[in-house]
Ligand binder design. Structure first.
Ligand code: NAD
Length: 253
């Protein structure tokens, strides 16, 4: 390896939710660093070359199995799995129906189990196997009006640690990133739907001690670190990329 540029040379990566935002930034960075990369997504049409777009729904076991098999075939295996596909939900515990609870947990939590289950035989065959899950500051920050989403990401964090324990003897590392508010199409959609988008953007910025939104490329860099050989001693960890939201307790000026 000659520096980060070739960090993933010879390795194959599968990124779920890889057609947008954090997933696309991660897939792009892994490819720039030498990986062969497939993006599993509901809508993979816009995925640019050399990334391989694969259509699948992480809530549909059959489509997941087919996409994982297609990725392994096309890439010559799977060394890195990034479980990043996710959806949001707003409101307190009174606001979401049972159907909404089942839907969000199915995508954000069970989706990780489904994709990982299908990818494990390929990861076991790799000498550099790593899984990175996309968690969220919502797992640990007690954010208002995010009951269901926070519960789903709390489960992602717990699942990450349990997976790390279960697969460490097989040489598979499992970690997660915990982003704050990231400037992605998801957040832009939320802003567009807000009553007062500039005020909402200012509030999101102010919530993070750095005073700005996190860039998708900054989360991608953290995911690439956890997925790569430089993190060979790191498993079962949660890496915050949140503008200081979790760790800092700033007093008002
Ligand atoms: P995004 O909406 O820009 O991208 C998410 C991608 O996931 C989309 O391409 C979408 O098609 C895909 N996807 C959604 N449901 C899917 C399904 N059932 N099967 C397959 N693909 C599916 O969102 P983003 O902001 O890049 O978020 C990516 C991840 O980061 C999510 O897990 C999210 O919870 C997490 N996250 C985002 C933020 C943020 O502020 N943007 C903060 C913390 C965590």
């Amino acid at each position: 390896m000659s520096g980060l540029r070739d960090e993933f040379a010879g390795l194959a990566a599968l990124v779920t939710g890889g057609a947008s935002g954090i997933g696309l930034a991660t897939a792009t960075l892994l490819a720039e660093r030498g990986a062969r990369v497939a993006c599993l997504d509901l809508n993979p049409e816009g995925v640019p070359e050399p990334l391989l777009g694969l259509a699948a729904d992480v809530t549909d076991d059959e489509s997941v199995r087919a996409a994982v098999a297609a990725a392994a075939d096309a890439l010559g295996g799977i060394d890195v799995l990034v479980n990043n596909a996710g959806i949001g939900a707003r409101g307190s515990v009174e606001d979401n129906s049972d159907e909404e609870w089942h839907r969000v947990l199915d995508v954000n939590v069970v989706g990780i189990a489904r994709v990982t289950r299908a990818a494990l035989p390929h990861l076991r065959a790799s000498a550099h196997a790593a899984i990175v899950n996309t968690c969220s500051i919502a797992a640990s920050a007690g954010l208002p009006q995010r009951a269901l989403y926070s519960a789903s990401k709390g489960a992602v964090q717990a699942l990450t640690l349990a997976m790390a324990a279960d697969h460490i003897r097989e040489g598979i590392r499992v970690n997660c990133v915990s982003p704050g508010t990231v400037d992605t199409p998801w957040v832009r959609r939320l802003l567009d739907a807000a009553a007062d988008p500039p005020a909402e953007l200012a509030a999101l910025r102010a919530r993070q001690p750095t005073g700005r939104l996190v860039r998708a490329e900054e989360v991608a860099a953290a995911i690439a670190y956890l997925a790569g050989p430089l993190a060979a001693a790191t498993t079962g960890s949660v890496l915050a990329v949140d503008g200081g939201m979790h760790g800092l307790r700033l007093r008002p000026d």
